[in-house]
Design a protein. Structure first.
Lengths: 300, 304
């Protein structure tokens, strides 16, 4: 699907909103929580839609400039301008609202608030109880929320709230939606489990590869084929494996589906997926995860 | 925008289930040849599932076993070759592979139960005889590892005796296998008779036998709906239910349809309310063609 940039504006510190229209034809109407997959040359990036839920409405994405990222956000910030064309691979929704009348609780870290703009707005139009918790490092970076959501918003600037306390005050039937950095999502998942929230009431989404500046180079050994190679940070482990002729499945490439799960025989994974850990015992998602190093032995 | 890799039946199901978006994302992974990284994988395999049509037009899914190295991919990634060992003439007894000839459509699914990896390859036969099958690849892709129960190969030692007569066995024996089966395979055909063979798995007894029909839940998957899509345009289907621990398989052929929004199937389908209803018209029980056996390791944590 070919898109054209209609508008680009700064909405918070280091954050732009990009409005996208169809280059030809009409845009497919999205559902709250949906994301768009855009190909930027070699890179494929996923962004939550913040507009595009009504027929005839353009799409909008909100993008934070990540200096140490792999370049997608920098390119959008520094290069992309009004009138430019973009190729979108598609729109899909891995993070739909689960139909329920129980309270909906959204907990976001930083730019992870974007899927919740549409999801919480949908809830706000119903009679469901709603809470939004937004953790931001700097208030200046908080994106503006629709007026209707402000009465439900709790902002934590520069400080991490006590997750156990936050969750223990919730209605036990609540559906909890989390989007943000992986450590925050994992901490919340652990607390939610400890407090007895059913795992089907905990919903998490990631934003593709989270690179850490201190990821080590890995000595990867493939136990079944007997090959080994060095994996350098920057290239997803999945791509390194495929380049080495190791066969690994893939679908979402953002730690959501589990298609790329690979069994770890030795080594300590750094998990960056959004799957419930119970779904990947002894394995890692090669599309987004890494390992402490130096050695990683995989059953491939 | 590239043209869609899907046919009308698949698109219809994708639309009905509202999964057009994810399907077009996953469609990126369909290649017109075997992906280069899968070449070594194919060579390591010791079994393959075949989807074929017999001369009467009945569809079959058949598990063919071998030794690592029995299957291979050509250097240009365009041909797949499977060597067939059939010391007890087991495969000859089934209509499934008898009568296959060049230019027939064929589907192959390589599936490594110990690592849950799989590769689907569909294409046309360029050679078919009792010693080997060779295929020209038209479509190939990874397919997702969800719902695969892990099993590891164990030495079987000896071959089971071939069943008497035409190998047809009692319905009661089939139903008792269905009640404990956690894995089955289904062959289906798209427009122009292009064949496909897919894996279905779940907890033991996930597929249920009711009034002469096999009901197979369709769990949340890759949104491509190859099987359900095929059944929209062609109701022929073949089912293979292996008994990995006892080294034999049931092959069933018949008609199937997709059922959507089936009330009361919330738990059985993991919330999709979708299932495949298959009515067999013919079946046969066959021992594996070579002395192979697999032992159960664990169930997929994704099973509903
Ligand atoms: S490809 Fe989906 S989790 Fe890795």
């Amino acid at each position: 699907m070919e898109l054209v940039v209609i508008e680009k504006r700064l909405i918070a510190q280091d954050t732009v909103a990009v409005t996208l229209g169809a280059a030809t034809g009409v845009l497919q109407v999205a559902s709250p929580g949906a994301h768009i997959t855009i190909s930027l040359g070699e890179l494929v990036r996923h962004y939550s839609l913040t507009r595009g839920f009504l027929a005839g409405e353009p799409y909008e994405i909100q993008v934070l400039r990540v200096a140490e990222g792999r370049g997608g956000s920098r390119w959008i910030h520094d290069r992309l301008s009004v009138g430019d064309r973009l190729h979108a691979i598609g729109v899909s929704n891995d993070f739909p609202l689960v139909p329920s009348s129980a309270p909906a609780v959204f907990i976001a870290g930083g730019i992870g608030i974007t899927p919740f703009l549409s999801m919480a707005s949908e809830v706000a139009q119903s009679s469901r109880a709603l809470e939004i918790h937004h953790l931001v490092r700097h208030l200046a970076r908080q994106v503006p929320l629709p007026q209707a959501l402000l009465p439900h918003l709790h902002t934590y600037a520069g400080a991490i709230p006590d997750f156990a306390r936050l969750l223990s005050k919730l209605d036990p039937a609540s559906h909890i939606y989390v989007c943000g950095p992986v450590p925050m999502m994992s901490a919340l998942r652990v607390q939610a489990q400890r407090l007895g929230f059913p795992s089907g009431h905990f919903h998490a989404e990631t934003f593709g590869v989270a690179l850490a500046a201190d990821d080590p180079t890995l000595e990867v050994h493939l136990a079944l084929s007997g090959t080994h190679f060095l994996a350098t940070p920057g290239q997803p482990l999945l791509d390194a494996l495929l380049a080495q002729g190791a066969w690994v499945g893939e679908e979402c490439r953002r730690g959501q589906c589990g298609s790329c799960l690979v069994e770890v025989l030795e080594g300590e994974p750094i998990h960056r997926d959004a799957l419930d850990p119970a779904l990947r015992p002894g394995a890692l998602c090669a599309c987004v995860s890494w390992a402490r190093g130096p050695k990683l032995v995989l059953k491939l | 925008m590239q043209t869609s890799p899907y046919h009308v039946g698949e698109l219809r199901v994708q639309q009905r289930t509202g999964e057009t978006g994810p399907a077009s994302l996953n469609g990126r992974n369909i290649a017109p040849h075997v992906p280069a990284p899968a070449r070594g994988f194919v060579t390591q395999q010791d079994m393959v599932l075949l989807g074929t049509a017999d001369p009467q037009g009945h569809l079959w899914a058949t598990m063919v076993t071998g030794r690592s190295g029995f299957a291979g991919v050509s250097d240009d990634l365009a041909e797949v070759r499977v060597r067939i060992e059939d010391p007890n003439k087991v495969l000859e007894k089934s209509a499934a592979l008898r009568g296959l000839q060049a230019n027939d459509s064929i589907a192959m699914l390589f599936i490594e139960l110990s690592t849950r990896r799989r590769l689907r390859v569909n294409g046309m036969l360029t050679r078919a005889d009792s010693a080997a099958l060779e295929m020209h690849v038209e479509q190939s892709y990874a397919a997702c590892p969800k719902y695969i129960q892990r099993r590891k190969p164990v030495e079987a030692g000896h071959l089971h005796p071939v069943a008497d007569g035409d190998g047809t066995d009692s319905l009661a024996a089939l139903v008792s296998l269905i009640e404990r089966a956690d894995t089955l395979f289904i062959a289906s055909a798209g427009p122009d008779g292009l064949l496909d063979v897919s894996h279905r798995g779940g907890r033991a007894g996930f597929a249920e036998w009711h009034d002469g029909a096999l009901c197979i839940p369709d769990y949340a998957g890759n949104s491509m709906f190859n099987t359900l899509g095929n059944l929209e345009v062609d109701t022929r289907a073949g089912i293979c239910i292996p008994d990995f621990e006892r080294s034999y398989q049931w092959l069933l052929t018949g008609r199937a349809c997709g059922q959507f929004e089936v009330e009361g199937t919330e738990d059985q389908t993991g919330g999709t309310l979708r299932r495949i209803k298959f009515v067999p018209v013919e079946w046969v029980r066959l021992p594996f063609n070579t002395a192979r056996m697999w032992a159960f390791v664990d169930s997929s944590p994704f099973n509903p």
